[in-house]
Design a protein around this ligand. Structure first.
Ligand code: NAD
Length: 486
């Protein structure tokens, strides 16, 4: 047993796990141990939830404006410590310093939006069927919010959930992602520096099936917000459903990127490359199914291959994308590519681990384009969460739309066309939570409600003001006036 470098943060103090156990965080850049992390179990989760429960009433009793002011201070701390945040994000994820800095700035921007919500937190006033009665709704916090995040955009994922949960007046227990615990620990430190009252924001590190599952099972956790794989989301829904806890699930995607015969092919290629490969394809929103009209398929394919071959894999600022997060992910992605290869698909680019020079020590995969896989092949439906995209050829719009919708998922979808009729029909008929015309399959802006349909989620939306519906309950209030007492 070795002592942890990355400790739990409970009631404003840093604590090892009760068992003293740790796990190793491995650098995706070189396969070496980066840190030893507290391996929490149900005992640590119980401690954190008890602390959050005690802290909740005081935090909830503060006016929303004052909670927002504290969160504004947290945003300022995040901005002041952006370089440090980016350095930890880059070390834990292997993304370049430039990309990590962009992510850290985005996380602060999201925080700014929700800090401002402290001045609104609108309910509504409305009419009543009864004379002298006023009807209105007010927002109330739920209690303890259990937040569970993945590692793909480490600081953004934490901010995405912590800010709306806190501004609504909840106390938080965050289960960090195994692969990015240091980022969550830094966020906790920044919350402390900003003056968030002790116990209002807590972090436990640990494995999903241990610490994560214990958080989901805990009877005092009133809302669970989870971002991660569909398989784990389904299990969380099942367990939390027993006690009817509120659950928000932001899950996977296998997102279609449609290129019509009237598309600006240069733009379509540029966006297809970004959609498929940015962040090494570790994006729920990534454009992993590229669906092309037959009449432009040859031209588009050769331009796409040319652009893909120019991509640089590595963790420096001049590189296009870094490693995938761990060995298990890398093996699973390459296994998926092998399955496609064995079924007769052509691997147009990549398909292997990137091994030149220093890359051989890390979990880097070459940008991979797979040409034409049967629509019903398992890999056509399975999210690989890596730098892999598959090309499909279709005869026209109707087939493109049918193929776009032929997926268990429904998160993002994009079409490239200059035809308004096609664009409008696509955004209205595609089964997705986010539809994009002439751009990339990129996720949300802080004020927009992101989320999916079908197996990409359970219908909730975060962020945007819609996230307030996840983290607060509406209470109907009726005020009856009595004229006789005037
Ligand atoms: P994952 O589901 O394996 O893990 C996500 C988190 O859940 C981790 O913190 C993990 O420890 C925890 N966890 C695992 N098992 C658990 C259990 N039984 N109970 C409670 N917690 C548990 O996902 P991942 O591989 O880390 O992340 C990639 C997935 O996340 C992809 O499917 C991706 O599409 C999805 N994702 C979705 C969004 C979105 O907004 N829709 C955003 C980013 C990532």
């Amino acid at each position: 047993m070795n002592s942890a470098d990355t400790l739990n943060y409970i009631e404003g103090t840093l604590r090892p796990s009760r068992s003293g156990e740790t796990f190793e965080k491995i650098s995706p850049v070189n396969g070496q141990v980066l840190s030893r992390v507290a391996r929490s179990n149900a005992d640590d989760v119980r401690d954190a939830v008890a602390v959050a429960r005690r802290a909740f009433p005081g935090w909830a009793a503060l006016p929303g404006v004052q909670r927002g002011q504290t969160l504004h201070r947290l945003v300022r701390v995040m901005q002041d410590r952006q370089a440090e945040t980016a350095a930890i994000v880059a070390a834990e994820s292997g993304k370049s310093a430039k990309d990590a800095a962009g992510e850290a700035a985005g996380a602060a921007a999201l925080g700014l939006f929700f800090a401002g919500e402290g001045q609104r937190l609108y309910g509504r006033t409305t009419t009543s069927s009864v004379a002298n009665r006023r009807a209105m709704t007010i927002r109330q916090p739920i209690g303890v919010a259990g937040l569970i995040v993945p590692a793909n955009t480490p600081i953004a994922n934490v901010a995405w959930k912590a800010f709306p949960a806190l501004v609504c007046g909840n106390a938080v227990v965050l289960k960090s992602a195994e692969d990015t615990p240091g980022t969550a620990a830094l966020f906790a430190e920044m919350s402390h520096q900003a003056g968030l009252p002790e116990g209002v924001f807590n972090v436990v590190h640990g494995l999903g099936r241990e610490a994560g599952a214990a958080l989901v099972e805990h009877p005092d956790v009133g809302v669970i917000s989870f971002t991660g794989s569909t398989a784990v989301g389904r299990e969380i829904q099942r367990v939390a459903g027993v006690r009817l806890a509120r659950v928000s699930l932001e899950l996977g995607g296998k997102n279609p990127f449609v290129v019509c015969d009237d598309a600006d092919l240069d733009e379509a290629v540029r966006w297809a490359v970004l959609s498929a490969f940015s962040n090494a394809g570790q994006r729920c929103a990534s454009g992993s199914r590229i669906i092309v009209f037959a009449s432009v398929a040859d031209e588009f394919r050769s331009r796409l291959v040319e652009a893909t071959l120019k991509l640089r894999v590595g963790s420096a600022d001049q590189d296009d994308f870094g490693p995938v997060i761990n060995q298990r992910q890398m093996d699973a992605i390459l296994h998926g590519v092998d399955e496609a290869r064995q079924s007769g698909a052509r691997i147009l680019t990549g398909g292997r681990r990137a091994k030149s020079g220093q890359l051989a020590h890390g979990f880097y995969i070459e940008p991979t384009l797979v040409d034409t896989l049967a629509a019903d092949h398992p890999v056509s439906h399975q999210e690989l969460f890596g730098p892999v995209a598959t090309l499909y050829t279709v005869s026209g719009f109707a087939e493109a739309l049918a193929m776009a919708n032929d997926s268990p998922y429904g998160l993002t979808a994009c079409i490239h066309t200059r035809n308004l009729d096609r664009a409008l029909a696509f955004v209205e008929r595609v089964e997705a939570g986010v539809a994009i015309v002439n751009g990339g399959t990129f996720g949300s802006e802080p004020h927009m409600p992101f989320g999916g349909v079908k197996q990409s989620g359970n219908g909730t939306r975060e962020p945007g003001t819609e996230a307030l519906d996840v983290y607060s309950s509406l209470k109907d209030v009726y005020l009856n006036l009595d004229d006789r007492r005037l």
